[in-house]
Design a protein around this ligand. Structure first.
Ligand SMILES: [Zn+2]
Length: 302
């Protein structure tokens, strides 16, 4: 038993002498600690000293790869997976490392398609392959002819006030580390039953991504463009004015959403999306969300 009940907190405080110490929320893990730091409780102290868990997209923030369970009779569902942008004159944003959004979405969509198909319960059609630049009208026509049950479009976001930094060799890129997180977008300018099915899809995907450990974006920079859903963090409804509305949110006759997987100007979040673990967790989350909305209703047989 320690003779003095106060030495432990004093020692902890004395460690915090370097610049930046204390800014733990987004800090990289210390390379000096090969093992997790145990929680330290000062004897007789009214409040324990607990290390704040790392928050996404910190390098040590954990992600879960949740098991995907397919109910009996689920079968094999047809998912149209759009690798956002890559259309004529439309390359999307340029990331904090100067990568074009159309390159990221193609990479992420190819990976997600492979993982979904590997479950044996999804048939996935990708909107484009390397070198192809189909228009959005062509993508929608293909999805309809193929009788896709859902239309899911992958994007990365570009938000808020960014500053220039030397993000790639000899290239100045834009950076903003203040607004990380994913968002799932839908439009409500349609009638039932499509409206409820769009909303259910958006909420299910956002919920499952959050359960995986990804961070739902708060929507601070969306004012006038998207409004937060009242029930599910990370879900947003389009508030674009007529003439500026998003084609893939309002045109498809099957339920459609956009997943903004992350903030393309956030340095740490872009780094996390380069990791296999992130792609694996994301795919499991998407699969679970798809099962949520596509599972047959429970049998009423007794
Ligand atoms: Zn985009």
């Amino acid at each position: 038993m320690p003779k003095s009940p106060t030495w432990i907190p004093l020692l902890l405080l004395s460690l915090c002498t370097t610049p930046g110490c204390g800014e733990q929320a987004r800090a990289a893990p210390s390379t000096l600690e090969p093992h997790p730091t145990p929680t330290v409780v000062a004897p007789h102290s009214p409040s324990p000293i607990v290390e704040a868990p790392p928050v996404w997209p910190a390098a040590n923030a954990p992600l879960t790869v949740a098991p995907v369970e397919f109910p009996k009779g689920f079968g094999r569902k047809r998912i149209y997976l759009d690798a956002g942008h890559g259309a004529p004159g439309n390359g999307g944003n340029t990331s904090v490392t100067c990568e074009q959004e159309e390159s990221f979405t193609l990479r992420a969509a190819e990976d997600l398609a492979r993982r979904l198909e590997a479950t044996g319960h999804f048939q996935v059609k990708l909107s484009r392959k390397p070198g192809q630049r189909p228009s959005y009208q062509e993508r929608l026509g293909e999805a309809e002819r193929w009788r896709a049950e859902l239309f899911v479009s992958l994007h990365s976001d570009s938000r808020g006030e960014a500053t220039a930094w030397l993000g790639a060799t000899d290239s100045w890129c834009l950076r903003n580390d203040a607004a990380p997180g994913y968002s799932v977008l839908y439009a409500d300018d349609t009638s039932e039953p499509l409206l409820s099915r769009r909303l259910a899809l958006a909420r299910a995907l956002a919920r499952r991504m959050g359960e995986a450990g990804l961070l739902p974006y708060g929507g601070e920079d969306y004012v006038g463009l998207y409004a937060s859903d009242t029930e599910q963090p990370g879900t947003f409804v389009s508030r674009h004015r007529p003439g500026q509305r998003i084609f893939v949110l309002r045109k498809p006759p099957m339920p459609s959403v956009i997943i903004e997987t992350h903030h393309a100007l956030d340095f740490e979040e872009v780094a996390r999306w380069r990791e296999e673990r992130t792609l694996e967790s994301f795919a499991a989350a998407v699969a679970r969300g798809l099962v949520d909305v596509l599972a047959p209703p429970p049998s009423t047989d007794l």
